[in-house]
Design a protein around this ligand. Sequence first.
Ligand code: HEM
Length: 136
Amino acid sequence: MTTDPAFAEAIEASLDIAAERGGDLTPIVYARLFERQPAMKALFWRDTSGSIKGEMLMRVFEAVLDFIRRRQFADHMIRTEIVTHAGYDVPPAVFATFFGLVAEVVREACGPAWTDAMAAAWRVTLADLDEYVGQH
Ligand code: HEM
């Protein structure tokens, strides 16, 4: 089951606006992750330059964009990353936390441009992702 096209449009719009208004969201997303899940910070020990975090967030955005449209790769990718990440000691449940906090940061970056349609679209998509991650 893919996301309603109107919801997909709302999510795409929110990501565009967040990027325009907020620029690179990487520092905000990870600061929040480490605040909520302090144990995750140490797992990025190899990432001295911040490039792994940046690339990971970019892939998460790509995965969300595909997940809400054609699902050509997102479902497979998320499943694979859950396994790869278990090797880094990342518990599957943190995936849902991560998607949720990405949505929060996007909402804040949109500021007054955030709409009820975006809120509804993200709510449904997060529930969908949550269920998907929960099955693995
Ligand atoms: C759909 C969600 C996610 C995607 C697509 C993703 C993707 C990636 C990618 C592409 C990398 C670069 C190295 C690799 O390919 O393994 C990476 C590294 C990493 N990710 Fe994720 N990730 C996701 C979720 C998470 C979550 C929720 C955490 C929890 C904190 C996490 C923690 C890490 C860590 C610690 C590394 C660094 C591994 C190293 O030292 O090289 N990831 N991730």
